[in-house]
Ligand binder design. Sequence first.
Ligand code: SF4
Length: 83
Amino acid sequence: MAYVITDACIKDFLCVAECSTAAIARMESDAAAGTVSQVYINPDECIDCGNCAAICEQNAIFSADELPADKAHFAEKNKAYFL
Ligand code: SF4
């Protein structure tokens, strides 16, 4: 079960620094080009430690099994970014 970033993300990259497995994509260049609206977690790299969710000041990150109902589609969106 991976963690998932939702659309509350403001791309401050605090979570990127917290992740020991580099599961969170660094999207600075894409963001500068206006091609992404948030960062994403690769579910194949995430070890479910929860450090990213703890540091997120926007409350944008949830364990996949604790996603609010209106954010459930972000699990697939995070996964799809890395396909
Ligand atoms: S839960 Fe841990 S391993 Fe997974 S993305 Fe967050 S910081 Fe990285």
